[in-house]
Design a protein around this ligand. Structure first.
Ligand code: SAM
Ligand code: SF4
Length: 352
């Protein structure tokens, strides 16, 4: 059962509800007219941190044989690229836990149609791998860092490692990544203390800071009251760091960026809870174990590993599965509604 595959506005059927799913067009369109060109690929569910907002402390990871090989991921991306996907982000779990990730980057960079490859990492292993990733052709880098305080770092991640993350950022900068984005989850009770120091740090080090409102996709009980909202973040920035003005906005990206009026940097907010960006969503997700998800909060998945592991990989079946998954996408995630149902997988096993 797919919850609201064609979610209805009131009692009125969606205008495209009766439309036929396109089977030939070289683009991935859903029934709401959203074109999908952005694929997030999780390369592992393993992680060297245990962020409270993302995953449980005790967790059984998947057997490595269940994970897609680099060749299988590349085969999937070739099909996705033929359907109009041109942007890819590698994520996890912690993607740098996957050995020789730069080899996957090299395979993906060579796929015709793919013109943008990014990586989201917690940065712990970045100092060791930044140069190889850059040499392989990776240019877009997001490093997750919620606090510069070692005690709060431990409270949030259940591990130590702040110095390693900072070393990773420094090395990434040294090898040439630019811009480097720093992602911070905005949780009430933490963000109040961390927004301003993070903003100063990022301005001083030439990093682009982005806050993302805490979403109900981790293992801990979530309540709206636990979200530190985008407008509160901006208020702290304006009062304690400096005036900012909205930067031009690309509607296909969830972040609204703000430029400091003194010209020294940018800070962004992703208001996933207070201002959901579902109406412009262009994303698909491939989990490390080969399941396609048409929304971070999807309750249904499509197995594509079965086609990738067939004696002869079945490209037509993969393309059909991708089209059908996009076509079945619902209007939005309903985080703010009483009807919201949290997916069974937590963030680390989906791919953020
Ligand atoms: N391990 C890598 C990292 O932390 O960057 C990549 C995977 S992680 C799941 C991807 C992103 O999801 C991170 O920036 C993380 O902060 C974010 N994230 C995880 N749980 C979240 C939640 N409940 N709400 C908002 N963002 C979350
Ligand atoms: Fe690991 Fe990233 Fe999740 Fe933290 S947010 S537990 S680093 S996957």
């Amino acid at each position: 059962m797919i919850r609201h595959p064609l979610k209805l506005a009131g009692e009125m059927p969606h205008p495209q509800a009766a439309a036929q799913m396109p089977t030939e067009a070289p683009v991935l369109m859903d029934t709401f007219g959203r074109r999908h060109n952005n694929l997030r690929i999780s390369v592992t569910d393993r992680c060297n941190l245990r962020c409270t907002y993302c995953m449980p402390e005790e967790v059984t990871f998947r057997d490595k044989r269940e994970l897609l090989s680099f060749e299988e991921i590349a085969a999937f991306v070739e099909v996705a690229a033929s359907l109009g996907v041109n942007k890819i982000r590698l994520t996890g779990g912690e993607p740098l836990m996957r050995k020789e990730l730069h080899k996957l980057v090299r395979l993906l960079v060579a796929i015709p149609g793919i013109d943008d490859i990014g990586l989201t990492t917690n940065g712990l292993l970045l100092a060791q791998h930044a140069a190889a990733l850059f040499d392989a052709g990776l240019r877009r880098l997001n490093v997750s860092l919620d606090t510069l305080d070692p005690t709060r770092f431990r409270a949030l991640t259940r591990r130590d490692g702040l110095d390693q993350v900072l070393a990773g950022l420094a090395e990434a900068k040294r090898v040439g990544f630019a811009p480097i984005k720093v992602n911070a989850v905005a949780i009430r009770g933490f963000a109040e203390y961390d927004v301003v120091p993070l903003a100063h740090y990022c301005r001083d080090h030439g990093l682009e800071l982005r806050f993302i409102e805490y979403m109900p996709i981790g293992a801990e009980p979530w309540e709206r009251d636990k979200v530190f909202f985008a407008h509160e973040i901006l208020e702290l920035i304006r009062h304690n760091v400096g005036p900012v003005v909205p930067a031009p906005h690309d509607p296909s990206t969830p972040a609204q960026d703000y430029a400091y009026t003194d010209g020294r940097g940018i800070v962004g907010v992703i208001a996933s809870v207070s201002q959901p960006f579902c109406h412009h969503c262009n994303r698909l997700r491939l989990t490390a174990d080969g399941k396609l998800r048409n929304c971070l909060f999807a309750l249904e998945e499509t197995d594509v590993k079965v086609f990738l592991r067939a004696a002869v990989p079945n490209r037509a079946a993969i393309a059909a599965a991708v089209r059908a998954s996009v076509w079945a996408k619902w209007e939005g995630h309903e985080i703010n509604a009483a009807t919201f149902i949290k997916p069974q997988r937590t963030m680390h096993a989906i791919g953020g």
